[in-house]
Ligand binder design. Sequence first.
Ligand SMILES: NC(=O)c1ccc[n+]([C@@H]2O[C@H](COP(=O)([O-])OP(=O)(O)OC[C@H]3O[C@@H](n4cnc5c(N)ncnc54)[C@H](O)[C@@H]3O)[C@@H](O)[C@H]2O)c1
Length: 588
Amino acid sequence: MRSFKASKITRPLLANKAWGLPACKGMSSQSSGGHAKKKTNADSHVASWQPTYHSKKLDFATCDPDSLGSGAPAKVHNIIQGEWIQGTDGAYEVIPDPIDGRPFIEVSEIQQNSLNAFVRSLNSCPKYGMHNPLLNVDRYLLYGEISLKAANMLRDPEVERFFARLIQRVSPKSYAQARGEVVVTRKFLENFSGDQVRFLARSFSVPGDHTGQQSQGYRWPYGPVALITPFNFPLEIPVLQTMGALYMGNRPLLKVDSKVSIVMDQFIRLLHSCGMPMGDLDFINCHGPMMQTLLEKARPRTTLFTGSSKVANILAERLEGRVKVESAGFGWKVLGPDVPSDPAVIDYVAHVCDQDAYASSGQKCSAQSILFVHKNWSKTNLLDKLQQLASQRRLDDLTVGPTLSVTTQTFTNHVEALKKIPGARVLFGGVEINEGKHNIPRQYGAMKPTAVMVPLSSLTASKENLQLATTEVFAPFQVVTEFDDSDIPAVLDVLEFVQNHLTAAIVSNDVSFQRLFQGRSVNGTTYVGMRARTTGAPQNHWFGPAGDPRAAGIGTKEAIHVTWSCHREFIHDNDLSFIKNWKLPART
Ligand SMILES: NC(=O)c1ccc[n+]([C@@H]2O[C@H](COP(=O)([O-])OP(=O)(O)OC[C@H]3O[C@@H](n4cnc5c(N)ncnc54)[C@H](O)[C@@H]3O)[C@@H](O)[C@H]2O)c1
């Protein structure tokens, strides 16, 4: 038997062998004391993990992003109860380099026969959590300290570059986009440094009806929780959500898409080196359906799911509603009637449209999926400018690249279906990157930035057309349509029809136009004004869908509260001075 000193978990944890899973060779129970040791003690046995550099700042790291694929594949393992482990049968999922298909990462995936260990580990955390406002309160401070240290590490240019390059290798995007993810993550950690974690648990009190009575409202953890994250933001989404869960006192089980889970493997090592107790977080790699089986067995108190709506809905049903969801996005942007007279502003709007639709190859849930252009903009050549900017995107600097969940075939099928709508035409794109001269593996997509113009009257002519034109394609793709003042009710009808209410942009400085679209839509993150965008959410505002009681959020204090804590109220009533004048009243 052993216990975690730092985490003060109140239930005994089983000895390692009870989990029935082999620890990674050479990785001993060094972890059980609470804080992790550096790589030299933990991982140095695995030859293929050796980084090619020897910077002290990267002591936590066990792979080299630049040389991935040039030697033995890097390996990703799992953590259970503070131990790095591999699946019992040593099954590895081989991840191909998305640029050339060569095997470059091996992920140890947990199979059916090992699931129970994770179920028991998850359930080792009580419902009242690892800490709460009345228990183990020092852990709020501990997490403020861990966040500070982790932020400081990410501030180091070498560490920043390490993560930016690692992101780029597994989820290809330009260096600027990959670095942006690291910077947002660092700023989030800075925001929740020092006392800010304990301030997340700020309570309130309200005077009662009589002397001695007072109600106190608390933010309470759920205890055992799970989170599932997709491939497109391999660092930002899992770090922000995992830390939010931990801050509030939960004990999470994290599953990241295996294609990119090496990024979190490395970041968890960084967190351990910053003092995060090893036993605070379990980390599992497995296929989606395997995770679903695990969740159905373990029944965590809540599960945060970020990914497609299809899986979100399955989990919501199977877990009887105990889910928080950030699912598909169908980001819309409307360019209002007030066209700026300054050509530089037109260029700026075109630039933002291009970035929103095509940066990271359109693989952002916030990507601009449909663009409504007021006919007043036709004199500006905005669409020509957009085409010109999109045409500058190249595979060699990853300003456009592989799409990991949409194949070339699926993409072209969608374009062909849209072209059948009366009056629809391809504005630009619709063809493969480099005219097909690339080595992107066939299970991924490789399409150039594409826009299809669909007349508004045809788009709204039938439910089938509406459905097709408002389907998210997680790739560099958007629908464009035009409207004039008399069409505004039809535009609003399209917005009402859309099912996923994540991001939106109202590009106009006309206050009454802004108010009309704000008042008649529900998107959780809506940008308003001539500089409005749909993507690039930083850590300084809420990001998440609205109009859905399951909606989760990410980034801010409110997002952490909504996603990772519940409300609990104590009503104190302890003054007995009234009793000497009290008489038993009649029954009511
Ligand atoms: N709303 C947001 O904040 C947000 C952010 C990023 C991505 N997304 C959405 O994610 C989607 C793109 O990602 P994807 O296509 O890889 O999504 P996906 O739903 O296929 O996969 C997401 C994650 O769920 C896991 N998974 C798959 N099936 C599962 C199951 N049955 N049970 C448990 N886990 C399962 C996957 O392994 C992966 O880790 C897009 O629709 C995009 O809009 C949303």
